[in-house]
Design a protein around this ligand. Structure first.
Ligand SMILES: [Zn+2]
Length: 261
């Protein structure tokens, strides 16, 4: 089982700290900033042993160089030469060793073309670190890929075992659920999750990780095949949408322009 702790960076980024169960070493995922990582290592008495990167955006990579000045460690990430400090690049299906565990790399393009996720295929406690692709109750913006690529990547994540804990890169859950309720006003699971999330965020508790089975019921971006979501998106966009990709593209567009009431 992975021992994972959140490190908050900037206003809503999560850097994930994975502790090695056998020693005092830890790896971090997506260190956009170095100082919060160094502070966490000091306060927990842990040594940095490695860095995992899901994609090239500065709020996920900006702390790499300063961390390497602190200690020279491996930096594993996608195939992208623009990521400064990267030591090893990985592709779909590759296996890596990190924090005393084996993780599997999957490619999930869409948010960026280089985006990868790290999957922990444990029979009892599976987990995935998926950066800015699947969020709790939402998904990342499509900056570099196509809607089809992004939907394929989300489906790839959604096909992992349903108990898989999703460790994403941002605390966007509350805003995502407000939008989800707008898309699916009759979905009771969304309303229930929203009220729990309001309470958690009132106490500034993280809402991440969440298991995939909760996403399946409450994340509209994983429900583009559902008739109720399709008709809601059609009504909003004024278009007839012929496929799940078209529903997804229009839903993503709706979210891009959505302003919470
Ligand atoms: Zn990003």
């Amino acid at each position: 089982m992975l021992k994972v702790a959140p490190i908050l960076a900037f206003t809503d980024n999560y850097i994930w700290l994975i502790s090695n169960p056998d020693n005092n070493e830890a790896w971090v995922v997506d260190p956009g900033d170095a100082q919060p990582v160094l502070d966490k290592l000091t306060s927990t008495g842990q040594e940095l042993a490695g860095i995992l990167i899901t994609h090239h955006h500065p709020d996920h990579t900006g702390g790499i160089i300063k961390l390497l000045e602190h200690k020279k460690v491996p930096v594993y990430g996608p195939t992208n030469e623009s990521i400064k400090g990267l030591t090893d690049s990985f592709r779909d299906g590759d296996q890596i060793e990190a924090a005393g565990h084996t993780l599997r790399v999957i490619e999930i393009p869409g948010h960026t073309l280089d985006h990868i996720a790290f999957v922990y295929d444990d029979a009892d406690h599976p987990a995935v670190f998926c950066g800015d692709t699947l969020f709790a109750a939402g998904c990342g913006r499509i900056f570099e890929g196509t809607p089809e690529q992004m939907l394929n990547s989300l489906n790839k994540l959604a096909s992992l075992p349903s108990e898989t804990l999703v460790y994403c890169g941002h605390e966007y859950t509350l805003a995502n659920l407000h939008f989800a309720r707008e898309v699916s006003p009759d979905n009771q699971a969304i309303k229930d999750r929203l009220s729990k999330t309001v309470t958690k965020r009132r106490h500034t508790r993280p809402t991440i990780p969440t298991p995939l089975f909760i996403e399946a019921n409450t994340n509209p971006f994983l429900q583009c095949e559902e008739e109720s979501v399709k008709s809601s998106v059609e009504a909003q966009s004024g278009q007839t949408l012929a496929s799940a990709v078209e529903v997804f593209a229009a839903l993503r567009e709706w979210k891009n322009n959505y302003v919470e009431p």
